[in-house]
Design a binder for this molecule. Structure first.
Ligand code: FE2
Ligand code: FE2
Length: 157
């Protein structure tokens, strides 16, 4: 599967978590906390994979070089805000504010990736290379998840 397809699926997944958090009631703190942890985990793995596999490749493509630096800075901001949010009381006004800013920042970032970046990437690289990159991202993602123990063998497909 090519890298663009893999990364887009991640984007949709995280967007779903954001909408779930938004539609959960103010008192559903456990749900909010669980969803926030999912968002943090998914985004962290996703950003790491992009920084290892996608952004270095963009540096070699003249029309994507500037975008690679900008995307990397946006990742830094997202990570910083995720860490700061983890320190706050879930559901507090400050927590809500930070989560809103993370969501807006991620939405903007995803729009840029799925607009110009992915389009130019598909123009600049062969489908064989895009597939190779997709496999590399998938490998990083699977290594970043805890290996199921014997007790979880049923779910270890
Ligand atoms: Fe990104
Ligand atoms: Fe992304």
């Amino acid at each position: 599967m090519d890298i663009v397809t893999v990364l887009k699926a991640d984007h949709r997944n995280v967007e779903q978590f954001f909408s779930q958090i938004e539609s959960s009631s103010d008192r559903a703190l456990k749900t909010k906390e669980r969803l926030f942890l999912e968002i943090k985990k998914e985004l962290t793995i996703h950003m790491m994979a992009e920084e290892k596999i996608l952004y270095p490749r963009m540096l070699d493509i003249p029309e994507l070089r500037k975008a690679a630096f900008e995307a990397n800075e946006e990742h830094r901001l997202v990570k910083q805000l995720l860490d700061e949010t983890s320190e706050l009381v879930c559901g507090s006004e400050q927590w809500n504010a930070k989560l809103k800013v993370i969501k807006d920042l991620v939405r903007h970032h995803v729009q840029e990736e799925e607009g110009e970046i992915f389009k130019k990437l598909r123009h600049s690289l062969s489908s064989a290379v895009l597939n190779e990159m997709g496999s590399a991202v998938a490998e990083i993602k699977s290594k970043s998840r805890p290996t199921p123990t014997n007790g979880d063998a049923r779910t270890a497909v």
